[in-house]
Ligand binder design. Structure first.
Ligand code: AMP
Length: 520
């Protein structure tokens, strides 16, 4: 393992300087030698062009980029490489950040690896305790979700407010509060170091972690062990599918029917008999395959941890298959109505509201409109992870029943008035739908506008009617006010998903009364 080109640091004229984007940055001694005109008598044509004395730009060979496995990965096809946690690999081509082309430094094998399973060597991202893309709420969920993790379990994440700072989240326990999470600011020093308390400063985050692992030094508890890291989402089934979305039908095995959706039946299945997938089968004539292929190409590029990953499609025969990431708990709507969902606490509902807003914030930033945001189009996985599905799909559906031209299946109760009346779909009509989704969520899956027909809803909403605050649950007024803002007649006056994400992220659950059904 030690005999690789990355271990040349002693011979290297450069000295480690710091980190940029996680990669070590090296300070290079600038060579200020003056280049002199040659004095040889070589033929003029062979002589280098006369040059004026200049300061030479240092020409240093580019330092090989080494990454280490943060998770174990098993190769899935002939183009990729297996590796273990901690294995070192040299990056040979990083033009596609999702699939790096590397050479394994132990086996010498070359191949593609998923970029989100590795981190640059010696970078903070390669540390077990460093969680790159999580918010405060997600940190709490990860620390508290696994009961086997002891007091003092911790993680460090980039601060959401201070671009150079970090936050330390620690699992704690107190008699009157039980298990909970405490968050500490890690502030940067001008010279590159860090501190939590001004009287103790550290040159690096690992040094800080080491110190607080030996002694609590004023923290609620000594740091005991890094929080368990959930495996990242695979965006493609394998590198073969990184820029191709047609999957061979015989590689897909349909194993169990999950349900019936707007477009056809949905199955739990496996790809190559091994990897779990969800397969949507499209009823014949549901959409033009050509239109869907175009849409799939776009959808495949939208990647966010709150959006269900689209792996590809089988479109060469009917019925067309849409192959997606499998979400073990099914649709949010079904989940809320079943036993497990009914047991969700108020803070779990807030967490789901936050995750959906966060996925929609991503679509908002990419100017993609969902057009059919509803609890039935949000899927739930382990630990109440929520992901939005079917984004962009409503646009290509040719089914008259579904098409936004008033059919029995047109989602009237979820659709903003300007979209129903003028067909004006926008991210702001999605915000309206999000308000309806909030109502579904906080009433554990009640049908919106209970007892009313679509036509009646359209008329009343046009006249300014809005769903009242449900009397059946302890819905805090503050959240009901957010729903009303989402249902503002003036689309532009509705909040942004960015606002909604921050709102639910920061929502202080502890100040709320227990969220239970109000007894009659
Ligand atoms: P849909 O066509 O999206 O309405 O899906 C119909 C049903 O299939 C949903 O209610 C879910 O229970 C299930 N389903 C759809 N997509 C998935 C998925 N990716 N993972 C797990 N279950 C799914």
């Amino acid at each position: 393992m030690g005999n690789c080109c990355c271990c040349r640091s002693s011979a290297d004229p450069k000295t480690k300087y710091g980190n940029i984007h996680g990669y070590p940055v090296y300070k290079t001694e600038i060579n200020t030698d003056v280049i002199r005109a040659p004095t040889t008598h070589a033929p003029a044509s062979k002589l280098p062009k006369p040059i004026h004395p200049v300061i030479q730009t240092p020409v240093t060979p580019t330092r090989p980029k080494i990454v280490v496995g943060v998770y174990k990965y098993e190769a899935r096809d002939s183009q990729d490489l297996s590796f273990d946690k901690g294995d070192r690999m040299e990056v040979l081509d990083e033009s596609d950040q999702d699939w790096l082309f590397v050479e394994h430094l132990i086996t010498g094998h070359k191949g593609f690896i998923p970029g989100n399973f590795v981190a640059p060597e010696l970078s903070v991202e390669s540390e077990d305790w460093f969680f790159e893309n999580i918010s405060r709420k997600e940190a709490e969920k990860l620390l508290l979700g696994d009961e086997s993790q002891p007091r003092g379990t911790f993680l460090i994440r980039p601060s959401e407010h201070n671009p150079n700072g970090y936050s330390l989240s620690v699992k704690d326990w107190e008699v009157h509060r039980g298990y909970h999470v405490k968050h500490y600011k890690i502030k940067p020093l001008d010279n590159g170091g860090f501190y939590i308390s001004t009287n103790k400063t550290y040159e690096s985050l690992p040094e800080l972690v080491l110190a607080y692992s030996k002694n609590a030094l004023g923290l609620c508890h000594v740091l005991s062990k890094p929080c368990r890291k959930p495996e990242p989402t695979m965006w493609d089934l394998a590198p073969t599918y990184r820029d191709k979305w047609e999957i061979s039908r015989d590689e897909i095995q349909l194993l169990r029917r999950l349900g019936r959706g707007n477009f056809g039946e949905v199955f739990f299945g496996k790809w190559k008999n091994q990897y779990e997938v969800a397969v949507k089968t499209l009823r014949e004539g549901t959409m033009s395959t050509q239109a869907f292929l175009q849409e799939a190409a776009i959808m495949k590029k939208f990647r966010h941890k709150r959006l269900v990953a689209l792996y590809g499609i089988c479109s060469e025969q009917e019925p067309v298959y849409i192959v997606q990431e499998y979400m073990s708990k099914g649709s949010l709507l079904d989940f809320l109505r079943k036993d497990e969902g009914k047991l969700l606490e108020f803070e779990d509902l807030i967490y789901i509201a936050f995750q959906v807003a966060s996925g929609m914030e991503y679509l908002e930033s990419k100017q993609l409109i969902h057009r059919d945001l509803a609890a039935r189009n949000v899927l739930i996985g382990e630990n109440n992870i929520a992901k939005i599905c079917d984004f962009g799909l409503a646009r290509v559906i040719e089914d008259n029943e579904y098409c936004p031209k008033q059919g029995s299946r047109f989602p009237v109760k979820w659709t903003a008035p300007e979209a129903i009346v003028y067909g004006k779909f926008s991210i702001k009509s999605d915000v309206w739908s999000y308000g309806i989704l909030l109502m579904e969520l906080f009433t554990y899956g009640q049908v919106p506008y209970p007892g009313m027909h679509g036509r009646e809803v359209i008329e009343l909403v046009e006249q300014g009617y809005r769903m009242p605050k449900p009397t059946s649950h302890n819905l805090p007024d503050e959240i009901y006010q957010i729903m009303l803002k989402c249902w503002d007649t003036i689309a532009e006056a509705r909040p942004t998903f960015e606002f909604l994400t921050h709102y639910f992220e920061r929502f202080n659950v502890t100040s709320e009364v227990p969220y239970r059904e109000v007894p009659d």
